[in-house]
Write a protein that binds this ligand. Sequence first.
Ligand code: IPE
Ligand code: IPE
Ligand code: MG
Length: 243
Amino acid sequence: MTQTTVIPGHIAIVMDGNGRWAKKRFLPRLAGHKQGVESLRRCVRLCIERGVRVLTVFAFSSENWNRPEDEVSGLMSLLAGALAREVPGLHAEGVQLHFVGDRMGLSDKVQDGFLQAQAHTSGNERLVLNVCFNYGGRADIVQAAARVAGQGQAITEHSLNAAMGMAHVPDPDLLIRTGGEFRISNFLLWQAAYSELYFSPVLWPDFDAATLDAAIGDFSRRERRFGQTSEQVIRSSAQKVTV
Ligand code: IPE
Ligand code: IPE
Ligand code: MG
């Protein structure tokens, strides 16, 4: 019997390892980040080809401001350049762009770039690409709680979820971290409650079809139980097949 591959509807990625990729080549860290942009472009295309509907990437955390000043300013100009260069191609491929995270602290140019890119691609339906920039999972939960409370609403899972930066998409099915570290680093704390986790030693600039397919293959072989027993899961999937 051939095993069919289950494609995750929503993949989230902590794109880690740019600095080490550059260091291995005796290059400045920013060269690694530049290569990281190339890798993201390739990853978007691969996700489209495989039928993934939502891709969410961690591009800059609220803690990354603590890096050396020249790296932070380099990353900001890389972002501004990528916004100008990449959006037409993404639009042509049917990508709907969203920028998730705190806009405060970002330059007017970047903020305008975010708004324009979102407006320009809002009608696209092939792939939703969420770029988490100046994003922190805890900060997102806090701002959602403050918003719900400010509106005088009761704090429930539903109301909090609706006030969160990722309210427009379902939770990630598969969360990948490249770069060999086994941690979440304040990414999607709320939304990853039942995501399948996959850690790869591959450095982000080297992320390719083989790495993505290995992650999807691994995901395919997992049994997602959401608190139920294995027997319940098998029974309900058998029922789904027979109806
Ligand atoms: C991830 O790569 C990109 C950002 C955090 C902006 P790193 O820059 O963290 O790369 P390493 O972990 O130092 O190799
Ligand atoms: C997480 O990577 C953030 C991004 C990939 C944008 P970091 O490199 O900042 O994470 P830590 O510091 O190793 O936990
Ligand atoms: Mg890192």
